[in-house]
Design a protein around this ligand. Structure first.
Ligand code: IPM
Ligand code: MG
Length: 370
C-alpha cells in the first residue's frame, strides 16, 4: 500500500482512443479502490482533438500537463482522411506522438506479444506452429534511427525530379542503453535475446551487432543470438516460439512488432510501454495500445479496450512498482477472456463458448474482476 498520489496525464486522442481510454480509467478506478491507491488523473486533448481544441496536435497546456505528471496514459492519434492540407510536420503522428517520444527521451519501447490460449483460433498460425504458446517481448529503440536522423527532407534535384532523404543514424551510447533494457528484460523471462539487424548491408547494422555483443558480456546468464531482419520476419511466421526478447532498432521494431502482433490474434490485444531514464525508483513512462485509431469502428462500441487496459497494468508495474495491482489487472483480463467475452476482433463463431460484447461490456467485466 502506498499513500503517494500518482499523477497521470490521460491523453485519449482520436478515433477509438476516447472509448478505450474510458474503459482503462474505469479499470484504474477499480484498482485504486481495491488496493487503496490514489491516482490523480487529468485528461487533455492530443492529436486531431488537440488541433480542434487548440490549433495544434500537441497543445501547450497538454505538454505542460505531461511535464507535471508521473506518467502518460495515451490512446492513439492520427486520422488519415482528415485535412490533407495540414503540413506533414504538423500532423498528429509527428507533431504529437514522435514529439512526445523525443521530448521525454522515451528511448525504450516494450511491446509484449502474448497469445492467450483461449484465442488460439484468432492466431493466423496453425496450432502446431503455436507450440506451447507464443510469448515474445519486442524491445524497440524509439528515439533514434531513421525516424529522427538528419538530414530528413524532400528536395527538387531537377525539373520534375524530387529526392527524399531519411537518415539512419545510431551512436554507441544509444545502442548500449537499449541493449541493457533488452538483457535486463530477458533476465526476468526466458533469458534469451535475439538482436535484429541488417549487418550484411548497413553500417548501422554492423555497429549495432558489435555494441550489442559487447553489452551482452554483462549478462552471462542471457543467451544472445543475432538475426538479419528479413530472416527475423520469416522466423516469426515459421517458429515464433523460438523468440523470447527481440531487440530491434526503431524502424525494424516498428515493422516486426506489428507482424508479431498479428500472432496475438489482434492488435487490440497489445499494450506497450515507452520508457525514459529511471529517476530514483520511478521511471517516467508513456503507455499506449500498439494499435491505431481504427477510424472505421470509432464511436460504435466495437473497439477492443484490452490493449489500453493492459497498458495501465504496464504503467503500474514499470513506472510505479505496483506489481500486485498490475497483476490484478492482468488476471482480470485473463478471466474475462476465459469467461468467453470477446470483442469483434477476437470473436470466432467457431468457438461455442464465445460471447460477442462491446467495448463498454468488456471494460465493465475487467473492472469487476480486479
Ligand atoms: C507505432 C506507430 C507509430 C510509429 C506511427 C503512428 C508514427 O506505427 O507506434 O508503432 O511508426 O512508431
Ligand atoms: Mg507501428
Amino acid at each position: 500500500m502506498s499513500s503517494k498520489t500518482f499523477k497521470l496525464a490521460a491523453l485519449a486522442g482520436d478515433g477509438i482512443g476516447p472509448e478505450v481510454m474510458r474503459e482503462a480509467i474505469k479499470v484504474l478506478r477499480a484498482v485504486e479502490k481495491r488496493f487503496s491507491l490514489q491516482f490523480d488523473i487529468t485528461e487533455a486533448p492530443v492529436g486531431w482533438a488537440g488541433i480542434d481544441a487548440a490549433g495544434k496536435a500537441l497543445p501547450d497546456t497538454t505538454l505542460e500537463l505531461c511535464r507535471k505528471s508521473d506518467s502518460i496514459l495515451f490512446g492513439s492519434v492520427g486520422l488519415p482522411d482528415r485535412d490533407p492540407t495540414i503540413p506533414k510536420e504538423e500532423r498528429p503522428e509527428r507533431a504529437a506522438l514522435l514529439r512526445l517520444r523525443k521530448e521525454f527521451s522515451l528511448f525504450a519501447n516494450l511491446r509484449p506479444v502474448k497469445l492467450y490460449k483461449q484465442l488460439a483460433h484468432a492466431c493466423p498460425l496453425s496450432l502446431e506452429r503455436q507450440g506451447n504458446g507464443i510469448d515474445v517481448l519486442v524491445v524497440r529503440e524509439l528515439t533514434g534511427g531513421m525516424y529522427f536522423g538528419q538530414p530528413k527532407k524532400t528536395e527538387q534535384v531537377s525539373p520534375g525530379v524530387m529526392r527524399a532523404i531519411d537518415t539512419m543514424v545510431y551512436t554507441t551510447p544509444e545502442i548500449e542503453r537499449i541493449a541493457h533494457v533488452a538483457f535486463k528484460a530477458a533476465q526476468l523471462r526466458r533469458k534469451k535475446v535475439t538482436s535484429i539487424d541488417k549487418a550484411n548491408v548497413l553500417e548501422n547494422g554492423v555497429l549495432w551487432r558489435d555494441v550489442v555483443t559487447t553489452v551482452s558480456k554483462h549478462y552471462p546468464d542471457v543467451a544472445l543470438e543475432h538475426m538479419f531482419v528479413d530472416n527475423g520476419a520469416m522466423q516469426l511466421m515459421l517458429k515464433p516460439t523460438q523468440f523470447d526478447v527481440m531487440l530491434c532498432e526503431n524502424m525494424f521494431g516498428d515493422i516486426l512488432s506489428d507482424e508479431a502482433a498479428a500472432l496475438a490474434g489482434s492488435l487490440g490485444m497489445l499494450p506497450s510501454a515507452s520508457l525514459g531514464a529511471t529517476n530514483g525508483n520511478q521511471t517516467f513512462g508513456f503507455y499506449e495500445p500498439a494499435g491505431g485509431t481504427a477510424p472505421d469502428i470509432a464511436g460504435k462500441n466495437l473497439a477492443n479496450p484490452i490493449a489500453q487496459i493492459l497498458s495501465v497494468a504496464l504503467m503500474l508495474r514499470y513506472s510505479f512498482g505496483l506489481n500486485d495491482a498490475a497483476n490484478a489487472i492482468d488476471d482480470a483480463v485473463t478471466k474475462a477472456i476465459a469467461s468467453g467475452l470477446r470483442t469483434g476482433d477476437i470473436y470466432s463463431a467457431a468457438d461455442a463458448t464465445a460471447k460477442k460484447v462491446g467495448t463498454r461490456e468488456m471494460g465493465d467485466a475487467i473492472a469487476a474482476g480486479v
